[in-house]
Design a protein around this ligand. Structure first.
Ligand code: NIG
Ligand code: FE
Length: 398
């Protein structure tokens, strides 16, 4: 038992004060869990005699959660950045065999050890900002062997770092060169999913529902197999155009619809009925110089919760900062700092199907971030100035 004291805590519990803020608070840790949180003056006498940790008046929040990343990859797309600045579009580059397919070549060639080394250095950047849970996707293999290799690498990250990792199968990310989409799904993607699942490598299934990737009916085929295997689904939907992804999200009760710049009101209603989270990814919006913002007002109007994530990937969002993502959520998309912090804590947990983290409350995992900040809005305010003091993962203080 340990008592953290002399702190303010933004519990992010809904319904009470903004940010669930408790000034002059205390938090009791029992092993890997939070046993109690409240005003220090009300600390129950049972815990008065426990070991004390003085946090010097700092701010405590739930540890951050990055609920959408493509952290495992190899190869560089920096040339495409130059091409785009010279006028080519993301879609043109993709159709010409660049984009995702160029990362596929690099990722197929890389060894598991090389992929792991690079993934760990990216994970370190997130950990340094108070991140404690990260979702990592496959999708740069597009063959059975490499999709499994990516997921094995993602699964190994927690053996090397104090970080929870959830692994998402994204075989339906792009159609490999020289193959037709239907044949790819039947002969490669679905067998890879079954095999990865059999090896315990899959926590959820994702897809890219877009003109340059898979249409809604093709995604339904993939999600039908996910359902048969008992795996939750989520979808890259309405990023560059609207081809009906939100209806797929509703039909399969997906955890989240991600990107969603082009979603319309009927689609937002689909998310509402599905109980899905809208995961906003301002890094890709910014880096691709997109003009159409996700309809934040419609999400608010229909009560669809919004998560925020880095979408860290080698092509459309080379963004290794969840704090900057929160700032972008506010400045680019018009979210409030309270929505941004909920989007990287409570709602991000919901987007991953977790009920044991994302808020500071009794019985939750002791995943906390301690900040040299006076107010939780500061986390969304600074640009490239990390105020993390320390991080607590599963009750262990870094
Ligand atoms: O989330 N939208 C699809 N997939 C990634 C992009 C991947 C890439 O360009 O390598 C994304 O933005
Ligand atoms: Fe993505």
């Amino acid at each position: 038992m340990r008592v953290l004291e002399n702190l303010d805590v933004a519990t992010m519990v809904e319904g009470g004060a903004p940010y669930g803020l408790i000034p002059d608070g205390a938090i009791v840790l029992d092993g890997t869990q939070v046993a109690w949180v409240g005003p220090q003056a009300e600390l129950p006498s049972d815990w008065q005699g426990c070991e004390r940790v003085d946090l010097g008046g700092r701010l405590v929040t739930p540890a951050l959660i990055d609920c959408h990343t493509h952290l495992v990859f190899a190869g560089s797309r920096v040339r495409e950045f130059e091409m785009r600045l010279n006028g080519a579009s993301y879609e043109e580059i993709a159709r010409a065999g660049g984009g995702i397919l160029s990362t596929v070549i690099g990722t197929r060639e890389a060894s598991e050890a090389e992929l792991l080394r690079d993934a760990l250095s990216r994970a370190d950047a997130l950990i340094a900002e108070g991140v404690s849970t990260v979702e990592v996707k496959s999708g740069y293999g597009l063959d059975v062997e490499t999709e499994l290799k990516m997921l094995r690498v993602a699964r190994q990250i927690p053996q090397h770092r104090d970080l929870s990792v959830t692994c998402t199968f994204l075989g339906a990310h792009a159609v490999p060169k020289g193959m037709n989409a239907e044949v790819y799904l039947e002969d490669v993607c679905l067998p890879a999913l079954r095999q990865a699942h059999a090896e315990g490598l899959v926590d959820a299934v994702d897809g890219f529902c877009e003109g340059i990737a898979f249409d809604a009916d093709q995604m339904r085929k993939v999600f039908a197999v996910a359902r048969e295997l008992g795996l939750p689904v989520k979808l890259h939907s309405d990023q560059l155009s609207n081809i009906g992804g939100a209806q797929v999200v509703e039909d399969f009760a997906a955890l989240s619809a991600d990107h969603v710049e082009y979603i319309d009101e009927a689609g937002v209603e689909c998310l509402k009925r599905a109980g899905a989270v809208a995961t906003l990814l301002p890094g890709a919006f910014y880096f691709l110089k997109e003009q159409q913002r996700p309809p934040v007002d419609l999400f608010r109007k229909h009560g669809v919760p919004m998560a925020l994530a880095t979408d860290w990937n080698p092509g459309s969002s080379p963004l290794g900062s969840l704090l900057l993502t929160m700032n972008m959520g506010c400045t680019l998309f018009g979210m409030t700092p309270a929505e941004a912090l909920a989007g990287t804590t409570r709602i991000a947990a919901q987007a991953l199907g977790f009920t044991d983290r994302g808020v500071v409350a009794e019985g939750m995992r002791a995943d906390l971030a301690v900040w040299d900040a006076e107010h939780p809005a500061e986390l969304s305010f600074h640009i490239g100035f990390n105020r993390l003091h320390s991080r607590i993962h599963g009750g262990r203080i870094d």
